[in-house]
Design a protein around this ligand. Structure first.
Ligand code: FES
Length: 429
């Protein structure tokens, strides 16, 4: 049994995978297998420059080649930060041996000046620092409080979204995606994952039988229902490509339009990942969407989703709303097409105030990141609260590699005037 780890001191989000590897090994041994741990490259969103997206496929190839070339019958993938999940799933899918996935789990929330902080607060705090509301000493103290434990970003960003995707596709055990990094239950799940991997080595399934059109649809429906990361569209397309399945943007749009938004977890609302986990996590969301999900697909636990949701109670909130009383009858992610994105783009409308849902305004265009940095805080920038900020040349070709530039800072003169929200597209957690 291979344990493919993306542990690295250069990737704080993935540090918990070292303990998880030991627990997986105990499970493998318990089930009569022999576990051998091996490393691959690891990609940290916070530390890799200029962008991890340049290296996702390199990591996927590393994972694929190591699984293919090594004398192992199955593999447990240990991941965490955004691209490490995507790269491991893509690599394992191509390698073809049975694979189970387990993530680091999200880090604890921070605290500062009486506020509970999650990582999405960092944009607002950075705006406050740029506009002189937080001085150097306070910023240094804040940096020590924002992320108090290892683990992935503690909001519905890309890492947690992809952990949920791994669960719905059948790579991660049901109920595992939202367990916090510090939870002892995560170690228990790691042991169970090791045991289950030995069984999978004997009887499958192979990853290609998991990644079907129906499974990809269910994954996107889950993302649209919970308000997950828009980056999921990019990584699901990569998985679909490896499985020789074409999932056009219009198909994603139709799914979004027929999926209610059910979850109000940061950055889409006031609730926490812990609340969503206590209310049942991925299985509870699947239960609410039972009429539009493919429940006879397998989970990673040798059951079907129908088995998992059969006896679950109906959602009552506050983090997860029932299907009969959604936050929005439309999905949290909108798929758009127009002159700025002729091939299609995605936008997370659930994270914006409703007034930003539809908007017409004058464009303020930046030619790239250097131009953005040079002018965004210029008092002479011709920008109003009705402006549409356009950042050119940060796509897959222009940047290159498509850095996450969705979070354009709010221009300093608008921030000082009280503007605190804007809607970002096409990428961003
Ligand atoms: Fe690693 Fe967000 S920086 S999960």
């Amino acid at each position: 049994m291979g344990i493919c780890t993306s542990w690295s001191e250069l990737n704080p989000c993935n540090l918990p995978t070292r303990d998880l590897a030991s627990a997986v090994r105990r499970g493998v041994t318990d089930a009569g297998g022999i576990a051998l741990e091996f490393p691959t490259i690891s990609l940290s969103e916070a530390l890799v420059h200029p962008t991890t997206m340049l290296l996702r496929n390199l990591m996927a190839m590393d994972v694929e080649e190591m699984i293919t070339a090594s004398p192992i019958d199955a593999v447990v993938l240990l991941n965490g930060c955004d691209k490490t999940v995507a790269a491991q799933l893509v690599g394992a899918l191509s390698a073809g041996k049975p694979a189970l996935s387990l993530g680091s789990g999200h880090r604890a929330a921070g605290g500062w000046r009486g506020q509970t902080l999650t990582i999405d607060d960092s944009w607002r705090l950075a705006d406050e620092r740029r506009t002189g509301r937080i001085d150097d000493d306070a910023w240094a103290r804040l940096e020590g409080c924002l992320s108090p434990t290892p683990g992935v970003c503690n909001v519905l960003g890309t890492a947690v979204t992809l952990a949920m995707v791994a669960e719905i596709l059948g790579f991660a055990l049901p109920g595992s995606a939202l367990l916090p990094a510090a939870s002892p239950q995560r170690l228990a799940v790691a042991e169970a994952t090791g045991r289950r991997a030995v069984e999978a080595a004997r009887r499958g399934p192979a990853p290609r039988t998991l990644v079907t059109r129906e499974a990809l649809h269910d994954a996107w429906r889950l993302v649209c229902a919970v308000g997950g990361s828009t980056n999921a569209a990019i990584h699901l397309q990569a998985l679909a490509g490896r499985a020789d399945i074409d999932v056009p943007m219009d198909e994603l749009r139709r799914i979004s339009e027929t999926t209610p938004t059910l979850v109000r977890v940061r950055p889409n609302g006031p609730h926490s990942l812990e609340e969503l986990e206590r209310e049942g996590g991925v299985p509870a969301v699947v239960r609410e969407l039972a009429d539009v999900m493919h429940l006879d697909r397998p989970t990673a636990g040798a059951t079907t989703w129908r088995d998992i949701v059969r006896d679950l109670p109906a959602a009552e909130g506050p983090a997860l709303r029932p299907r009969t009383d959604p936050i929005d009858p439309r999905g949290a992610i909108a798929v758009l097409r127009g002159s700025l994105a002729p091939s299609g783009g995605v936008i997370k409308r659930s994270a914006a105030t409703p007034e930003l849902d539809g908007h017409v305004g004058p464009a303020v265009v930046f030619d790239g990141l250097d131009d953005l940095r040079a002018r965004i805080d210029d008092p002479a920038l011709p920008v109003t609260k009705d402006s549409v900020l356009v950042l050119r040349n940060v796509g897959p070709i222009g940047a290159p590699g498509m850095p996450e530039a969705g979070a354009i800072p709010i221009p300093a003169n608008l921030y000082r005037a009280g503007v605190r929200d804007m809607c970002a597209s096409p990428t961003g957690g």
